[in-house]
Design a protein around this ligand. Structure first.
Ligand code: ADP
Length: 620
C-alpha cells in the first residue's frame, strides 16, 4: 500500500507532469502525422500537411513578438494564426469525413495561398521576411498537385506583388528589380517542385506496373502448374500468354519432341474485321517467318494491317521447344521492350511446365510399355509352365503306356518259361505277347512320329497326287478288315478328278488312323470313306455309325494321350496319340481336321486338303 502511494506521488511530481504532457503532445502529433489507417496516397500527403500546418502555428506563434511588428500588426497576425488553426482543423475533419473535397487540392491550395498572402500583407508586404512563406506554399502545392495549381498560385502571388504598391498606396521606386528577382524564383520553384512531382509520379507508376506484371506473371505461372497433362498445359500456356500480354490471339508451335502441334488461343470477341481462320493464318505467317530464321530471337513488330505482335522462341538450356506468337487487336497500344521481357520471363516458366508435362507423359508411356512387357512376360512364363507341364505329362504318359504292354510281355513270357503249359494255353499266351508287342511298337512309332513332327525333323515328300488313287489304296486295305468285323464299307469318290499336293505316306497314315478308329468304335453298321470338292479345297470324310463322341470331348480327343471313356475299366486299344498326329500332318498340308459327332449317333471325322492348283497352295 505504501509502495503504491509512493509511486503515485512520485509519478505526480511537477517535473514528471511536464514530461508526460510533452509526450502526449508528441503522441497527438504522431497521430495527426499518420492520420487514420487506410488513407489513399494523395490524402496521406494532405494529412502530413495538416501536421505541418499545426507545427508552423507552433513555430510562428512564439516568434511573432520577436519580429519588429506594431501592436496592430501583432493582433492581426495572431488573429490570422487563429483562423489558420481553425482552417487546418477543418481540413483535418474533411479528410476523415469528405475526403473527396480535399483530394482535388483546390481547397487546401486556396486556403494555404490565402493564409500566406495575408501573413505577407500583415507582416510588412512582399519585401518583408514573410515573403519566404510564399516559397514554402508554392513548393508544397507544386509537389502535391503539379504544374497547373502551383503555377496558378505563383501567378496570383506575382500579380498581388505587382499590384501591392497600389494597395499600399505608395509607389516604391527601386523595387522593381526585387520584384522580378523574387517572382522569377517563385516561378522557378513552382516549376522545379512540379517537375520533381512528375518524376516521382512516373517512378511510382513504373513501379506499380512492374508489380502488376510480376503478380500477373505469378498468377499465370500458377495456372500453368495446375495440370501435368501435356495437352492441357500447352493450352494453358497459350491462354495465359494471351491474358498476360493483353493480346487478341496467340499461337504456340511446338517442336516434334513435344507433339509438333500448333495450338491457338483466340479472343472470344475477335475484332470485327478479323475472323478466327484469318487470324490463325496471320499467326502462322508470323511463326513461319521466324521458324525459318537461323538465329532464334524475340521479334516485335507491326503487321501490314496495323496489329502489334511479338514472336519469341521457346528456348531452354537443352535447345528449342518451339515458338510463340502473340498479336494484339488493331488500334491497341504498341508492344515495347518491357512487354518482350515479360513474355520472355513467362516463356521460361512455360517451358518448365511443358517439359514437366512432357516428362510426365514419357514416364506414363514407359510405365505402360513396362506393364505391357510385364504382361507379355507373365503370359510367356505361363506358356512355358504349360509346355513344361505338358512335357512332364507326356513323359509320364509315355512311360505309363510303355510299362503296360511290357508288363504283359514279361509276365506271359515268364509263365511260359517257368511252367509246362498245354499247346492251347501256350498259343494263347504267345498271342497275348504278340498283341502287346505290336501295341508297344505302335506306341513307340507314334511317340517317335509326334516328336519328329513337332520338332520339325520329318522329311516331307510332297508330290502332286490324284486323290482318288489315295482313297482307293486306303479302301483296298481297310475294306476286307471292316467286312471281316461284320461291318459294311462304302467309298464315295468326288465326281471329278482332284489333284492334291501331298506326302502320300502321311495322308495314308491319317486315313489309316481315322478308319482304324472308326472300326474300333463301331460295333455295327457302316463305315464310309468319301471326298467332295468345296471351292479351293477337297474335303475327305470318314463316317461311322459307332458309339459317337460327346460334344464336350470334341476338342480334347485331338490332344495327346486323350482317350474318351473310362480308361480304367475299358482298356483302350490305342495310344491316344493317333488324332494328334493326324492333326499335325493335316496342318502341315495347309488343311484342317475336325469332328462332327453325337454320343450314340456315330462320328464323322473330316479333313481338308488344298487342291493342287488352288491359290492357297501356290501361295504356301
Ligand atoms: P487312340 O489310339 O486311343 O484311338 P486317338 O487319338 O486316335 O487315340 O483317339 C483318341 C480318342 O478319341 C479315342 O480313344 C476315342 O476315345 C476317341 N475316338 C477317336 N475316333 C473315334 C470314333 N470314330 N468314334 C468314337 N470315338 C473315337
Amino acid at each position: 500500500m505504501s509502495i503504491i502511494s509512493f509511486q503515485t506521488r512520485y509519478n505526480q511530481r511537477p517535473h514528471s507532469g511536464l514530461r508526460s504532457a510533452f509526450s502526449q503532445v508528441l503522441e497527438r502529433l504522431n497521430q495527426i502525422w499518420w492520420g487514420p489507417p487506410g488513407l489513399p496516397v494523395q490524402l496521406r500527403m494532405e494529412q502530413r500537411f495538416v501536421a505541418l500546418r499545426y507545427m508552423s502555428v507552433l513555430f510562428v506563434a512564439p516568434v511573432l513578438p520577436l519580429l519588429d511588428l506594431s501592436v496592430q500588426q501583432l493582433v492581426a497576425a495572431y488573429t490570422l494564426l487563429f483562423f489558420f488553426f481553425i482552417y487546418n482543423f477543418g481540413v483535418q475533419t474533411l479528410i476523415r469525413r469528405h475526403s473527396i473535397w480535399i483530394s482535388s487540392g483546390y481547397i487546401t491550395s486556396v486556403g494555404d495561398g490565402f493564409s500566406t498572402i495575408m501573413m505577407v500583407f500583415i507582416g510588412g508586404g512582399f519585401n518583408s521576411a514573410f515573403y519566404m512563406t510564399l516559397f514554402g506554399t508554392t513548393v508544397a502545392i507544386a509537389m502535391r498537385y503539379g504544374y497547373g495549381l502551383s503555377m496558378l498560385v505563383a501567378g496570383t502571388y506575382i500579380l498581388l506583388d505587382g499590384v501591392s504598391p497600389v494597395i499600399y498606396g505608395t509607389a516604391r521606386p527601386g523595387t522593381s528589380g526585387d520584384f522580378f528577382f523574387r517572382s522569377g524564383f517563385l516561378v522557378l520553384v513552382a516549376f522545379l517542385g512540379s517537375y520533381l512531382r512528375a518524376q516521382a509520379y512516373a517512378a511510382e507508376v513504373a513501379l506499380a506496373q512492374q508489380l502488376n506484371r510480376a503478380s500477373a506473371l505469378n498468377e499465370s505461372t500458377r495456372a500453368l502448374n495446375a495440370s501435368l497433362q501435356l495437352d492441357t498445359v500447352v493450352r494453358a500456356v497459350a491462354a495465359e500468354a494471351r491474358r498476360l500480354m493483353e493480346a487478341e490471339a496467340v499461337a504456340l508451335k511446338l517442336d516434334p519432341e513435344f507433339s509438333g502441334r500448333t495450338v491457338y488461343d483466340l479472343s472470344s470477341l475477335p475484332s470485327d474485321d478479323l475472323q478466327p481462320q484469318a487470324c490463325q493464318m496471320m499467326l502462322n505467317t508470323l511463326l513461319a517467318a521466324n521458324v525459318s530464321d537461323d538465329q532464334p530471337a524475340v521479334k516485335m513488330g507491326l503487321t501490314v494491317d496495323g496489329r502489334w505482335y511479338i514472336v519469341a522462341p521457346l528456348q531452354n538450356r537443352g535447345g528449342m521447344s518451339g515458338y510463340i506468337a502473340v498479336m494484339r487487336a488493331k488500334g491497341q497500344p504498341a508492344y515495347a521492350q518491357p512487354d518482350a521481357a515479360l513474355l520472355t520471363s513467362f516463356i521460361d516458366r512455360a517451358i518448365l511446365a511443358i517439359e514437366n508435362a512432357g516428362l510426365y507423359k514419357t514416364i506414363g508411356d514407359r510405365r505402360q510399355e513396362l506393364q505391357r512387357a510385364y504382361a507379355e512376360l507373365a503370359t510367356a512364363h505361363q506358356e512355358l509352365l504349360c509346355v513344361d507341364e505338358m512335357k512332364t505329362n507326356f513323359i509320364a504318359n509315355v512311360s505309363h503306356e510303355l510299362r503296360t504292354p511290357l508288363t504283359s510281355v514279361r509276365s506271359f513270357s515268364e509263365l511260359l518259361l517257368s511252367f509246362e503249359v498245354d499247346d492251347t494255353t501256350e498259343r494263347e499266351f504267345l498271342e497275348i505277347i504278340n498283341t502287346e508287342s505290336e501295341r508297344l511298337t505302335r506306341l513307340i512309332n507314334d511317340v517317335l512320329d509326334i516328336t519328329k513332327i513337332e520338332s520339325g525333323q520329318v522329311a516331307w515328300h510332297m508330290k502332286q497326287l490324284n486323290l482318288a488313287d489315295l482313297l482307293q489304296i486306303s479302301a483296298r486295305t481297310f475294306a476286307p478288315l471292316v467286312e471281316k468285323k461284320g461291318l459294311q464299307f462304302e467309298l464315295v469318290l468326288p465326281d471329278r478328278s482332284v489333284q492334291v499336293c501331298a506326302d502320300s505316306d502321311r495322308v495314308l497314315q491319317v486315313l489309316a488312323n481315322l478308319l482304324g478308329n472308326a472300326m474300333k468304335f463301331t460295333p455295327q453298321g457302316t463305315i464310309t470313306l468319301s471326298a467332295e470338292v468345296a471351292g479351293d479345297v477337297v474335303l475327305i470324310h470318314v463316317r461311322d455309325t459307332g458309339i459317337g463322341i460327346a460334344p464336350a470331348d470334341h476338342e480334347r480327343i485331338f490332344e495327346k494321350f486323350q482317350q474318351v471313356g473310362d480308361t480304367l475299366t475299358e482298356k483302350p486299344t490305342g495310344t491316344g496319340l493317333g488324332l494328334c498326329i493326324c492333326h499335325d500332318i493335316v496342318l502341315h498340308h495347309g488343311g484342317e481336321l475336325w469332328v462332327d459327332s453325337e454320343l450314340g449317333q456315330g462320328s464323322t471325322f473330316s479333313f481338308s486338303l488344298p487342291i493342287a492348283s488352288s491359290p492357297v497352295l501356290i501361295a504356301a
